[in-house]
Design a protein around this ligand. Structure first.
Ligand code: COA
Length: 158
């Protein structure tokens, strides 16, 4: 079975990578779809996120990366993989995911989503948190791969 993993990945963290590794053990192919979340102002451009995600997942087999601008259901309707995977950390994630899934299903009755529980280590990791740590030059190696750390440092130097 082929699944898609949509998100802003702004930037990709070890929390996201944990979900991808778990998904690759279960599904035949995982496509990471980099998108914009209209509720967030992106820090990295889609192209920068694409490059970082590509380098962070080097060596991962049966994985593809794509970019999509628009609704998630528009992507689903035009691609063979129809099932979405998402990571869950805490109860707040469930509420947000539930709202998104119900809205997506209203627009596309075929929409299905599968939720994977994140590793305990990454329960509190978020892209916002790593950006905040980077802004104040804190230690990042526990939360993001080196390529993301370099990307964050460069961006904050400008
Ligand atoms: N471990 C650690 N952190 C995790 C995680 C995990 N397993 N999974 C998610 N996170 C964090 C991320 O770091 C991110 O943190 P942030 O809020 O500080 O940025 C947050 O949880 C979720 O981000 P991410 O999974 O990267 O994407 P998103 O939730 O912003 O993505 C889209 C949402 C893009 C899928 C959604 O907005 C969308 O579908 N957009 C297109 C428009 C559309 O179709 N809208 C209709 C839907 S209602």
């Amino acid at each position: 079975m082929k699944v898609i993993y949509p998100g802003t990945f702004d930037p990709i963290t070890y929390g996201h990578l944990d979900i991808i590794k778990r998904a690759l053990k279960i599904f035949d192919e995982v496509t990471i779809v980099l998108m914009n979340n209209p509720r967030k102002i992106p820090f990295f451009t889609l192209e920068e996120r694409f490059e970082m995600t590509k380098k962070a997942t080097e060596g991962f087999e049966n994985m593809r990366i794509d970019i999509h601008q628009g609704l998630l259901v528009q992507y689903i309707k035009t691609h063979s993989a129809k099932t979405v995977i998402r990571g869950l950390r805490a109860l707040e994630d469930f509420e947000y995911e539930f709202e998104m899934a119900m809205t997506n299903r209203q627009m596309c009755p075929d929409f299905e989503a599968i939720y994977l529980m994140t590793d305990l280590k990454y329960l509190f990791v978020s892209s916002s948190m790593v950006k905040e740590i980077a802004q104040f030059k804190g230690e990042l190696s526990k939360w993001v791969p080196q390529v993301v750390e370099e990307g964050l440092r460069k961006k904050f130097q400008r």
